[in-house]
Design a protein around this ligand. Structure first.
Ligand code: ATP
Ligand code: MG
Length: 375
């Protein structure tokens, strides 16, 4: 039997709901060569959306979507080699063509093909460098392949914020942008999991990627879709969940896609035929327990000011943090100190600023704090 809920990894066809408007917009951008940036809080569904659009466009012979995950890249060299490998691997479907085309299109790198025991990727392609300045060669690679094949290539780069962490990142970003913006047969879709870093890269005037493309701010999937999706998944397996419990799930995790699926899974696994109040309660505790070690570690690494700040946030004082009585009540030092704490907590990814609202980055952390700080 197919598992009814999926979380922690990007969704597949069977576990995908809504995103109708976003799918349409992304598809249109891909067809028309418009660069796109996707921004959302963590685990709302960026990667799943790009995968979904890539799936539904896979029959289109005029364009090729190449997906790259920059998560492991630590410097430009890692990034160039990753791009080279994935562009060759994904634009030439037959493994026999990889070596030949790698040699044909890239003169500055030496390709090598190896056979591995991994059944998903039995043949792997990698590169060694022979010239120091192979960057230009790789950056122009999709453009040259696209014009030779008479197609359009869309390079989708997940975890793009990694580039912002490289040494001399701004110089590198300038270089990428200056090459990418002149390409006619290649466009880019850039996204990643660290919202505040990406917002800096794309929305600050002084940064090279400012106004690089159409920025898609992903919203929460509306509850109506989850009502349909969760009800159907229960019914398909001869179980039942009433709409009030789905509303409760949605509220508890503040509409976070991944937690909705995770909590639904826990509830489903504890249900024989009908969801009850007590199943709901145990399932919520289970969800918190599953995150206990992580939250515990995150909290134990905080200074007391940072912890006090989170307590003020928990008490609903997000908009009053600069007020004297709040500073005194929560022992936050001074108003100058607030900015320092905020910056540190943003960096630790414990808080987030969405629009103008300061929130917990993780929607279930407040539930956990309430129990574990004995408030
Ligand atoms: N359209 C969708 N329909 C159903 N579930 C979804 C959808 N999008 C995301 N999810 C749920 O959210 C989880 C996280 O999705 P995904 O990895 O795509 O998010 P993300 O925004 O890329 O996360 P991150 O910020 O960590 O990169 C999935 O495993 C799935 O449980
Ligand atoms: Mg992602």
């Amino acid at each position: 039997m197919q598992t009814p809920f999926i979380y922690g990894i990007a969704t597949d066809k069977l576990h995908f709901t809504d995103r109708e408007a976003e799918t349409k917009r992304l598809k249109l951008n891909f067809e028309n060569g418009i660069n796109t940036i996707i921004i959302s809080p963590r685990r709302w569904g960026k990667t799943s959306l790009v995968n979904h659009v890539a799936d539904i466009m896979s029959d289109n012979k005029n364009l090729k979507i190449v997906r790259v995950d920059a998560f492991a890249c630590r410097n430009p060299e890692d990034f160039y080699k990753l791009l080279a490998t994935e562009i060759i691997r994904q634009t030439f479907s037959k493994t026999e063509e990889w070596f030949e085309n790698a040699k044909h299109f890239i003169s500055s790198l030496v390709p090598s093909i190896s056979v591995s025991a991994d059944p998903m990727n039995p043949v792997s392609l990698s590169f060694n460098s022979i010239k120091n300045n192979y960057g230009e060669d790789i950056l122009s690679l999709p453009e040259r392949i696209a014009s030779e094949k008479g197609i359009h290539i869309i390079v989708c780069i997940d975890e793009f914020q990694q580039i912002g962490e490289f040494a001399n990142s701004l110089t590198f970003q300038k270089k990428l942008r200056s090459v990418w913006q002149l390409q006619h047969h290649t466009s880019y879709c850039l996204y990643g999991s660290k919202r505040h870093l990406l917002v800096n890269m794309f929305q600050k005037r002084s940064y090279p990627f400012y106004k690089f493309g159409d920025t898609l701010f992903l919203e929460r999937i509306p509850i109506e879709y989850w009502q349909k999706y969760i009800t159907a998944k229960f019914q398909e397996t001869n179980k039942n969940i009433s709409t009030k419990y789905i509303e409760d799930i949605y509220k508890y995790v503040d509409g976070n896609s991944s937690y909705i699926q995770q909590l639904s899974w826990i509830i489903w696994s504890k249900t024989d035929d009908e969801v009850t109040d007590s199943i709901m309660q145990i399932s919520k505790s289970d969800l918190l327990m599953q995150n206990h070690a992580l939250f515990y570690e995150q909290i134990s690494n905080l200074t007391s000011y940072q912890l006090h700040f989170l307590m003020a946030l928990l008490a609903g004082k997000a908009n009053e943090l600069n007020k004297k009585d709040v500073i005194n009540q929560f022992n936050l030092g001074s108003s100058a100190n607030i900015a320092v704490i905020k910056k540190a907590l943003l960096k630790k990814e414990l808080i987030d600023i969405v629009g103008k609202t300061l929130t917990f980055a993780d929607p279930i952390m407040p539930h956990w704090l309430k129990i574990n700080l004995k408030l």
